[in-house]
Design a protein around this ligand. Structure first.
Ligand SMILES: Nc1nc2c(ncn2[C@@H]2O[C@H](COP(=O)(O)OP(=O)(O)OP(=O)(O)O)[C@@H](O)[C@H]2O)c(=O)[nH]1
Length: 207
């Protein structure tokens, strides 16, 4: 790996799926309520391995690395696939400190998961004490059109209100997966002052 590569840490967050605590029951509950699962891990897996698996394994937080060339610059991206956020739980500091950009995921087939995006966004802003965070709001499972509960216009409006990028994606059909991470780098680099090597120092970014 080139020493001049810019390191960017990206956290993938969304609402936590309601696990039952045991493996068999988790699988059963995912069959019953699969639409409410966000597909965070599937999105990351498709990006890292070019692979989609239909089965569900509850996420234990994992970090992946991949070098990405964006606008002719090579970035060493560290992507943290989180287990998700509860409405009332405080933000885990590891999902804020040292993070350069966020991918906030909802399922287009779950209005509840969409409603959680503003809650999670506000939690990050509160934690970091910032007025803006580099962020992409992502509507996952765009292949599930017949189960759609979230209008694209609502996604775009939420992104506009929070000064974020927005996109819909399908890990299953490999639609817009690379674009999600490009948009995240774009939002991170918006934070970079011209002629400056790294994103501007913010209280939550470890330089
Ligand atoms: N139709 C469809 N199903 C998907 C897509 N992405 C993921 N899934 C399915 O949704 C389920 C949950 O996917 P995961 O990627 O494990 O979801 P997660 O958000 O990481 O879930 P947690 O580990 O509970 O946080 C799995 O059965 C996937 O196969 C997609 O783009 N389209």
């Amino acid at each position: 790996m080139s020493t001049s590569m810019k390191k960017r840490k990206i956290a993938v967050l969304g609402s936590r799926s309601v696990g039952t605590g045991t493996r068999v029951l988790d699988i059963l509950s995912s069959c019953l309520s699969g639409l409410y699962l966000l597909g965070k891990s599937s999105l990351v897996k498709q990006f890292i391995d070019n692979n989609f698996v239909d089965s569900y394994y509850p996420t234990i937080e994992t970090t992946f690395s991949k070098s990405v060339v964006y606008k002719g610059v090579e970035y060493d991206c560290h992507i943290i696939d989180t287990a998700g956020q509860d409405e009332y739980s405080p933000l885990n500091s590891q999902h804020a400190i040292g993070i350069h950009g966020y991918i906030l995921v909802y399922s287009i087939a779950s209005k509840n998961s969409f409603n959680m995006i503003q809650v999670i966004h506000d939690k990050i802003m509160d934690f970091c004490g910032l007025e803006k965070i580099p962020c992409v709001i992502v509507g996952s499972k765009s292949d599930l059109q017949s189960s759609r509960q979230v209008d694209p216009k609502d996604g775009q409006m939420l992104a506009k209100q929070n000064d974020c990028a927005w996109i819909e994606t399908s890990a299953k059909e490999n639609i817009n997966v690379g674009k999600v991470f490009e948009l995240c780098l774009q939002e991170i680099e918006k934070n970079t002052v011209p002629n400056q090597q790294e994103p501007q120092a913010k209280s939550c970014v470890a330089m």
